[in-house]
Ligand binder design. Structure first.
Ligand SMILES: Cc1ncc(COP(=O)(O)O)c(C=O)c1O
Length: 413
């Protein structure tokens, strides 16, 4: 009998998702051995005591009996109507329920949107750092990723000229993540307009991941992209996972707007791909309409005195107290992306640090290089724990950084 290994598809060689990778596996192992780990690697609100709003749960319970059949491949009519109404109210040109697709989370739709668009070798502009599913999905669908940098010195905002300089005859789409994971940047309107204009000029599909569109900390006004993009196809992605704290329900959507006339063939491709997977989870789709038409439940968490605001402040204070860290203050989303000062810690390596922190301080975070950046000086932590826990995390991190600093100086001496 042959013992040859079953090999995996070679296209997976380049695909990574370290948020749930080696370090997370090691953390689980340590938990199974009885250790208590502070896990800051995933933006999973339900794990930190947040609950989905009661009226959304009630809507699901109320409609449970109507959830047995498959629904239309694009999603329940009432849900699509509510999503389209919101897009139209925001000013998204040509948005409507016929061009809304509901999926099992935005994750499924990112894959579907790219699968319907890309031929082998087609290029997609993706931010660096990015939410790594975007890079992975481009690769898995035969595309080539062109990362455009969002420099720390520019508050992690992209430079439109740098983006434009990376466009080739093969470029098909421009991905924008706003508010941004992992950096917390919220893009100003003028910048978004420039990005929309670039997409229009080069006939790129704008893929705008706005899953954190309500998670905002006040200073920067939020501008949705769709109303700024009438001259090209704009796909807006959002869902219930973050703003409505229901990521386990797996509800996301994408809404097509802008120059739809040019997108008929692609729109049919998306419909076909949606039909091939029949439909997304029907049960949880009943929550979409009340989520979009019901009361705002996120501002109390992100506004003054709110739990997310307090934890964000604990991060800002923790960085200010640290001898080794600095931070571009996050204005939105659920993360902070601090940097280690390598003049004080020469040879710092984000992976080595994350492993040391896990093994010796029982804190799990994600090394910055997991977000497709060429440097190894940052790390990401989620703002979801209570502020007091974040204070404790910064005490432990400083201890680990102090140790690294002593080791570095011993090595030099
Ligand atoms: C920027 C971004 N896009 C998409 C997703 C996926 O969300 P969903 O739960 O809707 O699949 C996440 C999840 O963390 C995210 O951070």
């Amino acid at each position: 009998m042959s013992h040859r290994q079953i090999t995996a598809a070679t296209r997976l060689n380049e695909v990574r998702y370290e948020i749930r990778g080696e370090l997370a596996r090691r953390a689980l192992e340590m938990e199974q051995q009885g250790q208590s780990i502070i896990k800051l690697n995933i933006g999973n609100p339900g794990l930190f005591g947040f609950e989905a709003p009661a009226h959304l749960r009630a809507a699901i319970a109320h409609n449970l009996e109507r959830s047995d059949p498959y629904c239309h491949q694009q999603g329940l009519a009432a849900a699509r109507e509510a999503i389209a109404m919101r897009e139209i109210a925001r000013g998204a040109p040509n948005a409507g329920p016929d061009t809304v697709f509901v999926g099992n989370g935005v994750s499924e739709l990112i894959d579907l949107a790219l699968r319907g668009l890309l031929n082998p070798g087609d290029e997609v502009l993706v931010p660096s750092p990015d939410y790594p599913l975007w890079t992975a999905s481009v690769i898995l669908n035969g595309g080539v990723v062109q990362h455009y940098p969002c420099h720390v010195g520019n508050g992690f905002l992209p430079d439109p000229d740098e983006i434009e300089s990376r466009i080739t005859a093969r470029t098909r789409a421009l991905v924008v993540i706003n508010p941004n994971n992992p950096t917390g940047a919220v893009y100003p309107r003028e910048l978004l307009q420039k990005l929309a204009d670039i997409a229009a000029r080069h006939r790129l599909v704008l893929m705008v991941d706005e899953i954190y569109d309500g998670v905002l900390f006040g200073e920067t006004p939020y501008t949705p992209m769709a109303p700024l993009a009438s001259e090209t196809l704009c796909i807006t992605f959002s869902g219930l996972s973050k703003v409505h704290r229901a990521c386990g329900w797996r509800v996301g959507w994408m809404s097509l707007s802008g120059y739809l006339k040019r997108a008929q063939e692609y729109r049919h491709a998306l419909d076909l791909l949606a039909a091939l997977r029949l439909c997304s989870n029907v049960t949880a789709q009943w929550a979409i309409e009340p989520a979009l038409h019901g009361p705002d439940t996120i501002s109390a968490l992100t506004g003054a005195g709110g739990r997310l605001q307090r934890t964000r402040q604990a991060v800002i204070d923790g960085v200010a107290r640290s001898s080794f860290l600095d931070l571009v203050v996050p204005h939105g989303a659920l993360y902070a992306f601090p940097r280690v000062d390598t003049t004080l810690l020469p040879g710092f390596d984000d992976h080595r640090f994350a492993l040391d922190l896990l093994e010796h301080e029982q804190v799990l975070l994600v090394p910055g290089s997991s977000f497709n950046v060429p440097y190894r000086t940052h790390f990401r932590l989620t703002l979801l724990p209570q502020a007091e826990i974040m204070d404790e995390v910064f005490v432990r991190m400083e201890r680990a950084l102090d140790r690294a600093s002593h080791a570095a100086h011993r090595a030099v001496a």
